[in-house]
Design a protein around this ligand. Structure first.
Ligand SMILES: Cc1cc2nc3c(=O)[nH]c(=O)nc-3n(C[C@H](O)[C@H](O)[C@H](O)COP(=O)(O)O)c2cc1C
Length: 338
């Protein structure tokens, strides 16, 4: 069992969609999965204290269709993280990822996220405890360093320690986080990217599965990193804002399987899911807000966004709104017929 899950996650990690708070919730992941059967998806960060002390097990809810899907945890207490990892594995996640890259104030105050780049021995203890607790793979998402750390020194030391503790796969957001003075959003853009350092880490740690993250804007760019020898590429904002560009051709182009997904069919395939969500008391916009970028860059994209964003919060809004929005999309078939 252990081996099989590991293989699934490693293969899928050639291309992954980043954990993004408030964005990659279960509805978003269900939707993205329709665009690519293969890419690895990550949850939003769930904190270990929320699961273990707060008993917020609903944060683990997800659909079987989302797999392969990894749970990202935030925390820095080895015993608590081990317990949270156990809960995540029991809930069915195929990988448990530790967040060592998130710079937000709220996260800093709990001593987790990017500040852990300064505490490699503690991270190693966390990894070891989580590894002991679960059969599924334990991975890390980190930065190249924080504040005035020298990434050339800090990153190899960090990787060595987590690898020794049993982490075989790491995702490196190829920029520093500045813990003071920058907002989380600025921390995703202002510190310069250093993808070359990530490439060099792959040469220095050939046995470690290394994915690069940060600023990848197209599938072609992702392919470039894979061709250059990296094991995986993680894409965040571009996968959310332009999901079709990033994911629709990912299965044939990155994984050598399947066919290019058709965004119109993807929209239609969301309808039964939306109906179930509404029948369970949910609201339409909770699902459709993640679908606004489906036709980005294609004829009708603006009308699609407008119909969905203006209509989905209205009381009683239902799946027919998605059909209405689809009517605004200029499909090639309609052009040929008309
Ligand atoms: C809205 C938003 C929320 C994010 N939340 C998380 C998070 O919960 N955990 C995490 O490790 N990174 C989080 N990130 C950072 C992304 O995972 C990723 O590292 C970052 O956006 C850089 O990748 P990109 O340039 O491809 O977007 C978030 C990013 C965004 C835009």
């Amino acid at each position: 069992m252990k081996k099989q899950l590991k293989t699934i996650a490693c293969g899928a990690a050639r291309l992954s969609v980043a954990p993004m708070m408030d964005w990659t919730d279960r509805h978003c992941r269900y939707f993205l999965r329709l665009l690519s059967q293969e890419a690895l998806l990550y949850t939003e960060m769930v904190t270990a204290p929320a699961l273990v002390r707060g008993g917020a097990l609903h944060l683990l809810d997800h659909s079987a269709e989302e797999h392969p899907v990894a749970l990202q945890l935030g925390g820095s207490d080895p015993a608590e993280l081990a317990q949270a990892a156990r809960l995540g594995a029991e809930a069915g996640y195929g990988e448990i990822n530790l967040n060592c890259g998130c710079p937000s104030d709220r996260v800093q105050s709990g001593t987790f996220g990017a500040v852990l780049m300064t505490q490699a021995p503690l991270v190693a203890d966390c990894i070891a405890a989580m590894r002991d607790a679960v059969e599924v793979e334990v991975t890390v998402k980190c930065r190249i360093g924080v504040d005035d750390q020298d990434p050339e020194v800090v990153l190899p030391d960090f990787l060595e320690r987590i690898a020794e503790a049993g982490c075989g796969r790491v995702i490196i957001h190829a920029r520093k986080a500045w813990l003071q003075g920058l907002s989380p959003k600025e921390n995703r853009d202002i510190p310069p990217l250093d993808s070359d350092l990530v490439m060099r880490m792959k040469m220095q740690f050939p046995q470690l599965h290394i994915s690069v993250n940060g600023g990848v804007g197209s599938l072609a760019e992702a392919k470039g990193f894979l061709d250059a020898g990296l094991d995986g590429v993680m894409i965040g904002r571009a996968a959310y804002h332009t999901p079709t560009d990033i994911l629709a051709a990912a299965d044939p182009e990155i994984f050598g399987t399947g066919v290019v997904a058709d965004p119109v069919q993807v929209a239609r395939a969301m309808l039964p899911y939306i109906e179930r969500h509404l029948a369970g008391g949910g609201r339409l916009h909770q699902v459709t807000r993640h679908m606004l970028g489906l036709f980005a860059g294609r004829p009708g994209a603006r009308a699609w966004r407008r119909v969905l964003s203006e209509g989905a919060t209205r009381p009683g809004a239902g799946p027919d709104l998605v059909e209405q929005a689809l009517e605004r999309i200029d499909t090639g078939a309609e052009r040929a017929a008309g």
